[in-house]
Design a protein around this ligand. Structure first.
Ligand code: ME8
Length: 539
């Protein structure tokens, strides 16, 4: 739609002078592609839900969004998992990938594409990309020996080990010696430093940028990028005996999905708008290897990587802790990787899970995941604040206005209109900084203000009339605006509020900032009370 956007009830809201074409603002967002050695867990759900909310926010802004997630299906780790289940790797991945797709559907993840690294389009892109690096002279044959952790699919030096074991997984490492091809990462030290100098915002938060710079300044060693010890990988185009090392194929997925090696125009449209959201465990790969690989292949590095922290259970990433719900067995110790998103949605509902992940663990820091945390946050913010506001307003509209919602009062001198505009500005700034928890905090302050106004005015005690209409109209308008602002986080819940307010379409059809301007609730709509939207959970 050019020149106008659709507001509530199909109302058109003018945004730019007639006749001018919009400059298309593109937003290409990726999650890591997850290993299919096992099912999805709450850690991978954390990244995916955060990315989904960010993608939804950009859709509200009217950006053209391409949101990608997917699975990383090659390498020793997947081959081992398949063998342990007496299955061929392809059969194993076909089976496991379904669990990812199902979990993301339950969590209402709105990805535009789902890439699997075993797809022909990806093999083709990997071979094309690495052939370009080979042809440019940055790949050479050699022998590698070192200590390898299969879980990380990475080599370690003696000094990096903790008690002789992998510092991340605590697993024993194995001595490996292989004839393989190496990538001249060492040739890119200065170019990477120059890139970071010229693009100060390309890795956020700043501490993570400094960590990447630390790696580079510490000296870069060439990397072995092919394997001959197994066949479960993308074949090396110039040497049949080798397959690519899994990380060397995986990173390229971000280019495959926008048509690399098949559609140069599409790459040129989307690649400059790429944003990678990743966990801190894979910083080195995304902030050192990946930009160097791009430089070697003659592609500009992705301009933006956002690095988040770990979700912890009982203070440790993979700790054992006593948790007795959600698919777990009584008081059996549980690892974070055993907490299935599908079971959580079953126990607490999709809005509760999404909201907890977005609101309680600030992106960039580590944070605790707990069942108690989900319940406490859900009861406080969704059941009490938002749920109560929606329920109370609908009830009083029923008793004082015959079930027909009045229009809000004018914005001038209206405290709630002011609070709504403050919330919009704060939420916009927070999403821009990739700080969903702050965006939600700002939105919930607006809900708090509306609840306080209702408490002060007590329309349930007053006689029907213009004053009651004004108070209720204002509260309905806050609910409409909150539904927009909270849609990226809790799309189901606020879409239902929207429907109950009598509005057509859904919050996701709106455009910000125009549709969040005060006065959009037209009045005269039938408001439905319904059953409590967010019934309280037992603590
Ligand atoms: O590393 N807290 O896949 P992976 C927060 N295939 N996020 C967590 C987490 C936790 N406790 N645990 C996992 C891989 N994650 C590679 C990626 S990309 C080209 C290839 C999230 O299945 C976080 O985003 O081990 C982390 O970076 C990712 O899952 C690792 O997923």
């Amino acid at each position: 739609m050019v020149g106008a956007v659709r507001g509530q009830r199909g109302r058109k809201v003018a945004r730019r002078p007639a006749g001018t074409l919009p400059a298309v603002s593109r937003f290409y967002l990726t999650t890591p592609i997850y290993y299919v050695n096992d099912a999805p867990h709450i850690g991978t759900a954390y990244t995916t839900v955060n990315a989904d909310a960010l993608a939804r926010w950009h859709r509200l802004l009217g950006d053209q969004v391409f949101f990608l997630t997917g699975t990383d299906e090659h390498g020793a780790k997947i081959a081992e998992a398949a063998a342990a289940h007496d299955m061929a790797p392809q059969d194993w991945t076909d089976q496991t990938v379904k669990r990812f797709e199902e979990s993301w559907a339950l969590l209402e993840i709105s990805n535009d594409d789902f890439i699997r690294t075993t797809e022909p389009r990806h093999h083709k892109a990997v071979q094309h990309f690495l052939q370009a690096i080979y042809d440019a002279g940055y790949i050479y044959p050699g022998t590698y020996s070192g200590l390898y952790c299969v879980s990380c699919e990475d080599y370690y030096t003696e000094e990096q080990l903790v008690d002789g074991r992998c510092p991340i997984h605590g697993r024993p490492v194995v001595e490996m010696e292989e004839q393989n091809y190496f990538f001249k990462l060492s040739a890119f030290e200065q170019r990477l430093l120059d890139w970071y100098g010229a693009n100060p915002e390309c890795v956020r938060p700043l501490t993570k940028r400094n960590e990447a710079l630390g790696f580079i300044r510490g000296g870069l060693r060439d990397i072995s990028i092919t394997r001959t010890s197994f066949r479960w990988g993308v074949p090396v185009p110039w040497d049949d005996a080798h397959v690519f090392y899994v990380w060397y194929d995986a990173l390229i997925n971000y280019l495959t999905a926008v048509g690399y090696s098949e559609d140069d125009r599409r790459v040129a449209e989307w690649w400059p708008a790429a944003h990678h959201l990743i966990g801190k465990d894979i910083l080195k790969f995304h902030c050192v290897w990946w930009p160097a690989m791009c430089m070697a292949a003659g592609v500009d590095p992705a301009p933006s990587v956002f690095v988040h922290g770990f979700l912890l259970v009982g203070g440790e990433k993979l700790s054992k802790t006593l948790l007795g719900r959600s698919g777990t067995d009584g008081e059996r110790p549980v690892r974070l990787t055993e907490i299935a998103p599908a079971a959580l949605v079953d126990d607490f509902g999709v809005d509760a899970v999404r909201y907890h992940l977005l609101r309680d663990v600030p992106l960039g820091s580590d944070g605790d995941f707990s069942y108690e945390g989900i319940v406490a946050r859900y009861n406080a913010d969704l059941a009490n604040n938002l749920g109560n506001l929606a329920q109370r307003v609908a009830t009083v509209v029923g008793s004082k206005c015959g079930g027909v919602g009045p229009a809000p009062g004018p914005a001038e001198g209206n405290r709630l209109a002011e609070a709504a505009s403050v919330a919009l500005e704060a939420a916009s700034g927070a999403w821009e900084r990739v700080a969903p928890h702050e965006a939600l905090e700002a939105t919930w302050r607006l809900i708090g203000a509306a609840n306080a106004e209702l408490e002060a005015a007590e329309p349930w005690k007053a006689d029907p009339g213009p004053e009651v209409d004004r108070v209720l109209g204002n509260a309905l308008e806050v609910l409409r605006i909150v539904s927009l602002l909270a849609w990226p986080a809790v799309p189901s819940g606020v879409t239902e509020i929207w429907r109950r307010l009598g509005l057509s379409g859904g919050p996701g059809d709106c455009r910000l900032p125009a549709d969040a301007a005060w006065g959009g609730y037209p009045g005269g709509l039938r408001v439905e009370k319904g059953s409590p939207l967010f019934p309280r959970h037992r603590p």
